[in-house]
Structure formats: structure tokens, C-alpha cells
Design a binder for this molecule. Structure first.
Ligand SMILES: [Zn+2]
Length: 302
């Protein structure tokens, strides 16, 4: 069964003009239920669990966590996160991390599991950036490794923004291979070095995008031989995205998801999917493109 972590919407309104589309966390599960892609039993609600702290602490530094949890991050560093910090927001990040840990578990059981949130790949070991405070997939990877549930992990980060935090966190760790395919001239402007980076030119269309992915991912799986995959399925690769600079269509984005799932199935590798970015002007486009990832998983795995 497809298990999906959902998260109640962040209750505090963001400041006027804030670009982060918080409503998608509310609208996406509603859409999936409405159209019958998911039933209530597909959803689970993560929570704050103290036992997750040891995995969070193996990803993030004690100094950073102390500042984050006590809301005492200095203003210059807090501005980089881009959200007005609050206890509720930090709690939400911890809940999202639990969603990814549990989704790892469900993925081992069912082949795939998803988190309607997460993909917080700009969170570094010692600071947060760009709406990301705790790196959910990095924490999930530590959970799997420490519990001997996986030996070799592959991160397939297809959000339009480079997975800079994830790259930094696992720079010295051979057990986690970080692959990031992203917009060359998109944030972050100073990129980290992933184990494999595939920067794409501005306005890159479906054909170029999918060809690059098809030419890379199977060979990578053969080389890395992962026993677990984290997929970051951001839909900010769309031409309609306000932040992304690539030129993919909704159909192309869906073909991307199909291709990733096809490889996971072909090589029989469990996959956890965190949602990542999506900032198209029309919220309906965002919801439709994200919903495609869930529709595709349902169709291909179950
Ligand atoms: Zn993004």
C-alpha cells in the first residue's frame, strides 16, 4: 500500500508577499483524496519523537540545533532561512523529519513511500537556508545506516535547486552518494560539490532534460549499487515556475517521475520520496504536477 505522510498546514500566516506556497500542503492531500489516488488509510501523520533526535544530531551540529531549538539564531543567519522563525515552525520541521524516517520504513516494506513535505536539501550541517532547517532525507539516511537497514544510499535530487546542504553533509561519507540535477543558474549561486552534479542550461526543455536523466541514472545505479534511494521530486523544473529557470512541461515532469520509479522497480530498490519545491504562479499547476508523482507511484507500484 502507498503510505503518504501528510502535515497539517502551518497556522501562522507568512508575511505579506512571502513567496512560499504553504497552501499546497493542505490542497495536495485533499486533491489526492478527492480524485481517489489515495484513501484515508494511505495517509499517516508524523509527530515529534524524541528518539529521532539521535539521527538529527548525527546530521546537524550541536551548536546549530541549540540555536534552532531555542530560537536564538543570530539575525544574519536567520535571514538566510527565509521564514520568520517560530517554535511552531521548528516543531513542524521536526515532524517533517519524522515523516521521512517513517516513510523510509514504509518504503522498505512497500517499495515506495512519500512525504507531502520535506526535501529540505538546503539545510547544511551547521545552518539552515532557503526555507530548510533540518535536512529530512539526510536524517532519513542516518536512520537507515545506523539501524543497518541500508548500506549504500543514493540521493536522486531532481529539484531545480542544487542539493547543496545534502552535498555538504555527505561530502566525506562514501555510504551516501549525492546526485543533483538542477538549473545551472538557479540558487544556490555558490554551489557545493555533490558526488555527481548535472547542471542544466536555462529554459532546458523536456527532451534535453529527460535525455540527460536517461543517460545518467541507470549507469549511476549500476555504479553505486544502492540498496535504498531518496528521490527529491521538486516540481520547480516547470517552465511556469517563478523561481526555477528550466523549461519543462507538466507532462515532462511526470515522465521524469515515471523514469525514476521505473529504475527503482527494475533494480528492486526501495525509494522514499520527499516533495521539494514548486512555485508556479497558478497553485493548480503546482498541485497537478505534485499529484502526478503520487498518481505515478500508485499506478506503477501497486
Ligand atoms: Zn527547489
Amino acid at each position: 500500500m502507498l503510505k503518504v505522510a501528510f502535515h497539517p498546514i502551518y497556522k501562522h500566516p507568512l508575511p505579506e508577499g512571502h513567496r512560499f506556497p504553504m497552501e499546497k500542503y493542505d490542497l495536495l492531500p485533499k486533491q489526492l483524496l478527492h480524485e481517489g489516488t489515495c484513501e484515508q488509510e494511505n495517509f499517516f501523520q508524523p509527530e515529534v519523537r524524541e528518539e529521532n533526535e539521535k539521527y538529527i544530531r548525527s546530521v546537524h551540529t550541536p551548536e546549530y540545533l541549540k540555536e534552532l531549538y531555542s530560537l536564538t539564531i543570530e539575525p544574519r543567519k536567520a535571514r538566510k532561512i527565509g521564514f520568520p522563525l517560530s517554535a511552531e515552525l521548528v516543531e513542524r520541521e521536526r515532524i517533517i523529519t519524522d515523516g521521512t524516517i517513517k516513510a523510509c520504513h514504509y518504503a522498505l516494506e512497500h517499495g515506495v513511500a512519500m512525504n507531502i513535505a520535506g526535501g529540505t536539501h538546503h539545510a547544511y550541517s551547521d545552518h539552515g537556508e532557503a526555507f530548510c532547517m533540518l535536512n529530512d532525507q539526510a536524517v532519513g539516511a542516518q536512520y537507515l545506516l545506523q539501524n543497518k537497514l541500508a548500506k549504500q544510499i543514493l540521493v536522486v535530487d531532481l529539484d531545480v535547486h542544487q542539493g547543496n546542504g545534502t552535498a555538504e553533509i555527505f561530502q566525506q561519507d562514501d555510504r551516501v552518494f549525492t546526485f543533483s540535477m538542477h538549473g545551472k543558474s538557479n540558487y544556490p549561486f555558490k554551489k557545493e560539490i555533490s558526488d555527481l552534479d548535472l547542471p542544466m542550461e536555462n529554459d532546458c526543455d523536456d527532451e534535453h532534460y529527460l535525455t540527460a536523466l536517461r543517460n545518467t541514472l541507470p549507469g549511476l545505479i549500476e555504479k553505486v549499487k544502492p540498496d535504498f534511494i531518496f528521490f527529491l521530486s521538486g516540481v520547480d523544473i516547470l517552465s511556469t515556475d517563478k523561481l526555477g529557470k528550466l523549461g519543462c512541461t507538466v507532462a515532462g515532469c511526470k515522465q521524469r517521475d515515471e523514469f525514476v520509479f521505473e529504475q527503482c522497480l527494475k533494480y528492486d530498490i526501495p525509494v522514499e520520496v520527499s516533495m521539494g519545491g514548486g512555485y508556479s504562479k497558478d497553485i493548480k499547476t503546482i498541485i497537478n504536477a505534485h499529484a502526478n508523482t503520487y498518481r505515478t507511484a500508485q499506478l506503477m507500484f501497486f
